[in-house]
Write a protein that binds this ligand. Sequence first.
Ligand code: ASP
Ligand code: MG
Length: 422
Amino acid sequence: MQIFKFGGASVKDAEGVINLGRIVSKHQGNPLLVVISAMGKTTNLLEELVFAYAKHGGNAFDLLDRAKQYHHGIMEALFPDSSHPVYNDVANRFVEIEWILEDEPMDPLDYLYDQIVAVGELVSTTIVSHYLNTIGLQNAWVDARGLILTDNTYREARVDWTATESRIQSELPGILANQLVVTQGFIGSTSENFTTTLGREGSDYSAAIFASCLGAESVTIWKDVPGVLNADPKWFDQTELIPELSYLDAIELTYYGATVIHPKTIKPLQNKNITLHVKSFIDIDNGGTQIRATQESLPVPSFIFKVNQVLISILPKDFSFIVEDNLSDIFSRFHQHKIKVNMMHNSAVSFSVSVDNTGENVQGLLDDLKTRYDVQHQNGLELITIRHYNQQTIDRVLIEKAIIMELKDSYTCQLLVRKLTA
Ligand code: ASP
Ligand code: MG
């Protein structure tokens, strides 16, 4: 049993869907579960729609039209027969958003978000499932909300593993034995059947959940890059493919901000010893990257860049030391404001952390911390993490940058820097 996961970029247009069909058709005969994200930038568009609706902004219906037209264009290219049932099925999905928009936004934003944004995945899988049928790949469209059960932390729902495992194990193997299964990434539901989402880019995590519960042989994430690279091509001209990675190295890379795989994906796979392949959907015969239990460490230094960082420095008002009770108080405030620490350093009298500048949340945290501590902050910084660093790699990233904070251990070097302006 294998799991394939296709992200938004792989199904951003009709050609992408056709290509997905080509990849899946090569695996005929082996039980296969296909997990798919929303097409292209649909999630961003639906996100914008939710915010417009919640603010009573007039353009929520315009944004809905844009989403409909975009999918319509893809369907027209794939299904020339305008009476094909896919048109009706997709229209019905969008009607669910219309119904919400017709009422006043009374429900909490995060709840509304999940009910609306999940439609992106429901629509993409509906289109792909119909398309695969038309090319002779008979498949079952399965609603992931009946399988992945979560709590009600909307937009960042936590999986109820026991309930999910028992649902998946009782419902999927029977279907998989006879048919290809197509399902959604990113979405789940509460025990009361309200739709939830697992956090942005959460489809990789969905694939790992299915794999873990089914005891799959492997998961393959099909991407627009050749595999896991030693740096994001957005920042580096010359990148190298890493053919093999240990689970631990993969977890560390994503922890420090490598966006190639969702951070929550690796752990469930590691627990069940399931290999993760990251491969190119453009160059499908290229081996890509294999992530599995191996003692090998990264053969090449890897670079991870995170821009838009804020350095927050916290000092007790009374010149006392930063001791355990200050630290636990500080961490609980970070937790309350849902802020993740990217880098931290403490001395006797101060504690400094770098966090993503997420705007409102960070301001809330700063205001809160100021009630008990002296707090300073600096915006506009960049965090560079180098795994398996040496002096040469450090010099390479420091061109026209000034170091604000630096941390090194034997594998990892983190540099918080400011760009020098000419
Ligand atoms: N469609 C969702 C997102 O864009 C989930 C995913 O792509 O993994 O965040
Ligand atoms: Mg995506």
